[in-house]
Design a protein around this ligand. Structure first.
Ligand SMILES: NC(=O)c1ccc[n+]([C@@H]2O[C@H](COP(=O)([O-])OP(=O)(O)OC[C@H]3O[C@@H](n4cnc5c(N)ncnc54)[C@H](OP(=O)(O)O)[C@@H]3O)[C@@H](O)[C@H]2O)c1
Length: 233
């Protein structure tokens, strides 16, 4: 287990066991005490073990009781990064109501619920909320109704939250990566039956650098929306 330095500002990163979330945790570790979000004790502990100052935040975001239990012990946060998310692909003709529900639970309802629970502490710390959205939060494509639907809705959520929280000094940012070399992208490519080409995708570390720019903004400035796309293609 990693040592815990509570003198540092505190950042909770959901989905920090792998992919973009873990890269964000690594990027922030020099300055923040980190709460590492994930579903299992094992995967969160493994991530914590490599970080300077970190502890697990174990919750299944699809389960509101699990989220409520984890959030009950939440300290005041300086930064809340919502990176956990899922992608469900399929045409409107073939996807099921349960798939719609599951994606909205993970990508929107859990984000809203956790944000609301963290807001009193975020206001006390004049903290920041960063949502990892997607290019799919701006653009649609066939087969992407569910995922794009959740990410368009997430953009609406962050736009509203930003205005509501201005008077409390809580800043809200939305980061929109293109394709990133992670497990999620591998699953998408497998579903689409195309070729995985990581050399054409963003590295998770590159998205984390963009998040670093967002959280490093001076207190008089909010980096409201960032689009990070692969340089090639
Ligand atoms: N990869 C891309 O190309 C891409 C592009 C644009 C935007 N994004 C967005 O970036 C974010 C991170 O994506 P990624 O590629 O890093 O995904 P990933 O590699 O699939 O990792 C997903 C992370 O979310 C966590 N998670 C999933 N379901 C969860 C649940 N029910 N409860 C708690 N945690 C859960 C996972 O935890 P466990 O380890 O416990 O499963 C894992 O840490 C997502 O919001 C995604 O929509 C990704």
């Amino acid at each position: 287990m990693s040592p815990v330095d509570r003198e540092r500002p505190t950042a909770l990163v959901t989905g920090a066991t792998r992919g973009i979330g873990l890269a964000i945790a690594r990027e922030l570790q020099g300055d923040y005490h980190l709460l590492i979000g994930g579903r299992s004790e094992e995967s969160t502990a493994a991530a914590c073990a490599e970080l300077e100052s970190a502890e697990p935040f174990v919750a299944d975001l699809l389960d509101d009781e699990s989220l409520a239990a984890a959030a009950a012990a939440l300290p005041d946060l300086d930064v809340l990064v919502h990176s956990a998310g899922i992608s469900i692909k399929g045409s409107v003709a073939e996807v099921t109501r349960d798939q719609w529900r599951k994606a909205f639970e993970a990508n929107l309802f859990a984000v809203a619920d956790l944000t609301a629970r963290a807001l009193p502490g975020l206001r006390r710390r004049r903290g920041q909320v960063v949502a990892i959205n997607s290019g799919s939060g701006f653009f649609t494509a066939p087969g992407n109704a569910i995922y794009s639907g959740t990410k368009f809705a997430l953009r609406a959520f962050t736009d509203v939250l930003r205005e509501e929280e201005r008077e409390y000094g809580v800043r809200v940012s939305s980061v929109h990566p293109g394709k990133v070399d992670t497990d999620m992208q591998a699953e998408i490519v497998e579903h689409d039956g195309t070729t995985y080409q990581p050399e054409l995708y963003l590295r998770p570390e590159s998205v984390a650098r963009a998040v670093r720019t967002v959280v490093d903004a001076t207190e008089d400035a909010t980096v409201e929306v960032v689009s990070v796309r692969p340089s090639r293609k």
